[in-house]
Design a protein around this ligand. Structure first.
Ligand SMILES: [Zn+2]
Length: 113
């Protein structure tokens, strides 16, 4: 565990997952960081990858909001949704950076890289 905001969720030989908690306190906007080692054998390429996963949250919409979104989809052919993740304070940001640094150090330490 790095802090209450960022903790190791899962770890394997060539990957590490961190769970980062949003400052708003809702589990709905938690983020998962995956640092992993990828061996693209067919391309003779070895890379370190960082993936960020998060939900867009849950929206409780009233009838007219749903009608407006449906109308946008009908007229535009798409709808945009946004999600926020809040870092509150220096420590939360530093913890996130530390998770990235620790994970990167681990993955770069893998043999054959
Ligand atoms: Zn949030």
């Amino acid at each position: 565990m790095i802090s209450n905001n960022v903790m190791v969720q899962d770890e394997g030989k060539d990957y590490i997952f961190y769970k980062a908690s949003c400052a708003c306190g809702s589990d709905d906007c938690n983020q998962t960081l995956e640092l992993g080692f990828r061996d693209f054998k067919e391309a003779d390429l070895k890379e370190i990858e960082l993936n960020l996963y998060g939900r867009l949250g849950q929206y409780h919409l009233n009838f007219w909001e749903r009608v407006k979104i449906a109308f946008k989809v009908l007229t535009n052919g798409y709808v945009e949704l946004q999600s926020d993740f809040v870092f509150r304070g220096e420590k939360a940001i530093a913890d996130y950076i530390k998770a990235l640094e620790d994970g990167l150090e681990k993955i770069m330490g893998i043999e054959n890289f």
